[in-house]
Design a protein around this ligand. Sequence first.
Ligand SMILES: [Zn+2]
Length: 290
Amino acid sequence: MIKQQVPGYFRIQLGDYEITALYDGFTAGTTDSYYGSDAESITNIWKTNYTNTTMIDGRLNIKVDSNTYLINTGQDVTLIDTGSGNVLGPNMGSMLTNLKASGYEPEDVDQILLTHAHPDHINGLVIDNQMTFPNATVYLKKTDYDFWVNIIPNLKDLLAPYMAKNQCILFDSNDAISAGITPVALPGHTMGHTGYQVESQGQKLFVWGDVLHDPDVQLTDLDIEIVLGKFDEKRVNTEISTAKRAVEQVVDDQELIAGAHLPFPGIGHIVKNQNTPGYRFIPVHYNPCN
Ligand SMILES: [Zn+2]
């Protein structure tokens, strides 16, 4: 037996653009982090849906995947989020290995669009004190930077080498960042949390960051939220209303989504259930790229 998983990348074509999902790893979480439901109901949903779970210290934990997305437009290469670098333990941090396995080098990346400033999305910017992506300009919503810069101890350090080379832009507006890639404000998970609308030849992909962490539970009832860190009712309520709005929009528009924490590769559609409340996630199929 080989006892090693195949490389964690998955590719789709979107119009003229090539999209590559890159797996960074997974984090585990118990029912304690859920707001708006109880442990028994959540465990039942996990069992009914064959949710990806594991036992840790005698308790059932969900395994929440972490994905990043590489977009090659033919003109330039954009990476949405950078993974966790090497600071979040052995289950995380494989994004760079998977980027290389997928046929790219870190030097190929021209721009990095961050969805928000949480460690699992930004720590890949600098690994062992070296800029991971020496040719990339980093984009982060200014609101998110301003909020987190005094809370996340290494945020300044991660951006410093990019800032020193004039390769960091803290942006305010929702104007297109480059051809076919436009930021969309999705406040709640963090107040500057941002998705990116990607469009080529009329085909659309909405890379929506952390809108959902547990699609099996949350699509059953969008009033349920996973709360990470300090509980702030106002922020959580904003997060819930943003999730409702985003889900309704992609259902109505029949739009493909890519989620940082949806089961890898995290790309698919959401449809409304016919006979029961709620929605469900339908992953994309594996296809040749041509
Ligand atoms: Zn996240």
